[in-house]
Design a protein around this ligand. Sequence first.
Ligand SMILES: [Zn+2]
Length: 101
Amino acid sequence: MNNPQTIPSPSPNSFPCNECSAGMMHLRHITYFTWLGEELVMVPHFPAWICDMCGKREFDERAIAWLTMLLSPNAGKPTRRLKRAPRPGTAKRNLPRPPID
Ligand SMILES: [Zn+2]
């Protein structure tokens, strides 16, 4: 099991930048700032991909997802979305209709 308090570290393979297509995106660990309501949250050693040519920053998707989950007050709670029972007969709508001429 992974420790949920640990930022998931992406594989450190660099890849070509899609912004300038001349530089390479390298994995760096920077301090990430985000607002949580009116509170500024600082996340040190946050993994980010930074281009060595144009300086474009891209954050790791998994790390962002981890952070969102950690900061979200509803994280881990079951969603209260009501499940609608499929109405009988609605499935028939998806059947191709015979051509009407
Ligand atoms: Zn670039």
